[in-house]
Design a protein around this ligand. Structure first.
Ligand code: RTP
Ligand code: MG
Length: 159
């Protein structure tokens, strides 16, 4: 388990309401996670209240897109994953592609947001952007999860 602790990094990945709304896209994204050698540590389907949305995106309060972002993120079901692999944070963000869908389509057409994103707000997925935010965001979605306990006790992979 010490070896695993050195190699594996955890990140939070979220499939946003625009993608969960379409069963084929949801399934394609789940496959995409598996194909890219992520371990699915936890998986949860949930719906946010507007207050959850506001708390999660508090750093964006006051930005022009804040209102539509918090409304969108509490507009329907989403799916959250704790993912593990080497360089999980960077690798998941690479797979997602740029935040802005038009830019994703132009610069990185094979990314998730380029392929499935609808708009700059309804952009299919979220991924933690640093170890610090991964820690915070994993705790936000999975308050009962302990990374230390997982590394010590659990099977490395279940799908
Ligand atoms: P995220 O936090 O979701 O990983 O995305 P990010 O770092 O790439 O983008 P960020 O600037 O943190 O924005 C957070 C989320 O806000 C929505 N957004 N809408 N112009 C717009 O309408 C706009 N800009 C950002 C997106 O859903 C983005 O993921
Ligand atoms: Mg961000």
């Amino acid at each position: 388990s010490l070896r695993r602790a050195r190699v594996l990094q955890l990140t939070l990945a979220v499939i946003k309401p625009d993608a969960v709304a379409h069963p084929l896209i949801l399934e394609a994204l789940h496959q995409r996670i598996l194909e890219n050698d992520f371990l699915i540590v936890r998986k949860k389907d949930l719906i946010w209240r507007i207050g959850d949305s506001e708390r999660f995106y508090a750093e964006h309060e006051g930005r022009f897109f804040y209102q539509r972002l918090v409304e969108f993120m509490s507009s329907g079901p989403m799916r959250a994953y704790i993912l593990a692999r080497e360089d999980a944070i960077t690798r998941w963000r690479e797979l997602m592609g740029p935040t802005k869908v038009y830019r994703a389509r132009y610069t990185s057409p094979s990314t998730i947001r380029a392929q499935y994103g609808l708009t700059d707000t309804r952009n299919t997925t979220h991924g933690s952007d640093s170890e610090e935010s991964a820690k915070r965001e994993i705790a936000f979605f999975f308050p009962e999860f302990s990374a230390e306990q997982w590394l010590e006790e659990e099977e490395p992979c279940f799908r």
